[in-house]
Write a protein that binds this ligand. Structure first.
Ligand code: HEM
Length: 468
């Protein structure tokens, strides 16, 4: 591809864009795509440090293919603050999401068995029990925040599958600690020059990471004391550490556990909340889904294969992930001088790729803002055109698990209730980290009487999604 000259903003001129990008990535990437096409370069915001690192916004299928299919050339980087050498924060961020090359390949192989199709199917009895425990708390006619409920569900389920413990109290505590760690990281990232000065978000982040690391080591040590190790991920990591020559240290185990828990529950909680919202707001599709479930699921718990093969449910979840992908964009760092979309890249330059923008490309998805699960019955998009779980060798490890979990939750909710969004609620999609409902999703449940009806709502969701 010939070298092109995309717009490059250097120094102070780039600050406004960095600020826009950190605070409102959708708006920023939308404007870039509208005014400059698929590639845009932000120069180094400060005239020192980072070896003149630039950020290249590379939008669309071709960029996705180049970046995701060359993981050694484009390594992960930039999503989480690095932290000072020797800090707990830096150690914790060294989980599967951040490591690369041979280390990544080895550790990913070790962690794969609990996420195989067979293993995932074996979680159905536990997952369905936990879903019912959350649904049992809902009172007909009483409003509640659906996002809070899906967060609890995703947290309990992740806690069980990843760590193999039924101790909900502990699971909730771990979830809170990891959530806070991520929130502090997001806040600290907004500081132009993060220094460890008492009272700043950066100092709080480092202190919090110390505590989180301690809790994770306690979890690992308690697991070691159990008489029999299970099939959960922590047990798998502990077993891997016993193999001679394995480099699975306690430090790695703690980092993997934190990153896995974060990757599992934050994404699934958002995606579930959005999917449930979309079902409630699209009565015709809700009725079709209801019919499909009634016609095919007669037992509870059902077997994984039956749930997995419901075509309308599958299309509906894919469509929700298309329009509102929890991981709306991601970042990579060039490991060598190279070129992308004709732009010369230097080692350490960062590349931003966006699922949100790709999924709204009208040349891939006709009428892209329209919520339409039936679009999934026709020709399927290619692996770099639809990327809610990323693509290539770093495809989401929990992809099959997440899909089955979401399907089980939706089936059970449809069997037990009819859902309504509380009228005139403000539904705001916040994208500071994952794409989540900023003010939650206020909902009311009713008896499953089939009287599906949408509610008027306020907020930016009305710009992001057109309902039926
Ligand atoms: C709807 C739910 C989910 C979505 C949308 C999702 C999406 C993603 C995406 C986009 C990535 C790539 C991130 C990047 O490269 O920057 C990723 C990676 C990952 N996800 Fe998920 N994920 C979901 C659920 C889960 C679950 C349930 C688990 C575990 C139980 C999980 C574990 C992981 C892991 C370990 C990685 C890192 C893979 C690697 O780098 O090799 N995810 N996920």
């Amino acid at each position: 591809m010939p070298t092109v000259n995309p717009p490059i903003l250097e120094g102070v001129r780039s600050w406004r864009w960095y600020w826009n990008y950190l605070n409102d990535p959708f708006n920023c990437l939308n404007r870039i795509s509208r005014d400059h096409g698929n590639v845009f370069v932000l120069g180094n915001p400060v005239p020192f440090g980072n070896r003149g690192r630039r950020h290249i916004m590379a939008l669309g299928e071709v960029a996705n293919r180049e970046v995701f299919s060359q993981p050694d050339l484009f390594k992960p980087g930039g999503q989480v603050i690095k932290g000072p050498k020797g800090s707990a924060h830096r150690r914790l961020r060294g989980g599967l999401l951040s490591i690369h090359r041979d280390l990544h390949r080895t550790h990913r192989r070790i962690m794969q068995p609990p996420f195989s199709k067979l293993s995932v199917a074996s979680y159905v009895p536990t997952v369905t029990r936990l879903i019912d425990q959350v649904c049992d708390r809902w009172v007909i006619g009483e409003p509640f925040d659906m996002y809070e409920e899906t967060t609890t569900m995703a947290n309990w389920i992740a806690g069980h599958v990843l760590f193999g413990h039924d101790d909900f109290e502990r699971s909730v505590q771990t979830c809170d600690l990891i959530n806070r760690w991520i929130d502090l990281d997001v806040k600290a990232r907004r500081l132009p020059l993060p220094f460890n000065i008492a009272g700043t978000p950066f100092a709080r982040l480092l202190r919090h990471a110390d505590g989180l690391e301690r809790v994770m080591h306690e979890l690992i040590n308690d697991k070691r004391k159990e008489e029999e190790l299970g099939k959960d991920i922590l047990s798998v990591l502990i077993q891997a550490a016993k193999v001679e020559g394995s480099d699975m240290s306690d430090t790695f185990m703690a980092a993997h556990a934190v990153i896995l828990h974060a990757a599992a529950f934050i994404t699934t909680a958002s995606s579930l909340a959005w999917t449930i919202y979309l079902i409630a707001q699209n009565p015709k599709f809700a009725a079709t889904l209801d019919e499909e479930i009634k016609a095919n699921i007669t037992n509870w718990p059902p077997d994984a294969e039956t749930v997995d093969k419901l075509p309308f449910l599958d299309g509906l979840i894919r469509e929700s992930l298309r329009l509102l992908p929890p991981v709306h964009h991601t970042m990579r760092t060039a490991t060598a001088d190279t070129e992308l979309l004709g732009v010369p890249l230097k080692i350490a330059d960062r590349v931003v790729v966006s699922a949100f923008m790709t999924h709204r490309d009208p040349s891939i998805f006709k009428n892209p803002t329209q919520f339409d699960p039936t679009r999934w019955f026709g020709e399927k998009p290619g692996p770099f055109q639809y990327i809610p779980f990323s693509a290539g060798p770093r495809l989401c490890l929990g992809y099959q698990f997440a899909m089955l979990e979401m399907k089980l939750v939706i089936v059970r909710i449809m069997q037990r209730f009819r859902l309504n969004v509380v009228a005139n609620s403000s539904i705001e999609a916040d994208c500071k980290l994952t794409l989540r409902p900023a003010n939650g999703i206020p909902m009311v449940v009713n008896k499953p009487d089939g009287a599906f009806a949408a509610s008027p709502v306020r907020g930016n969701i009305n710009e992001f999604v057109k309902n039926e």
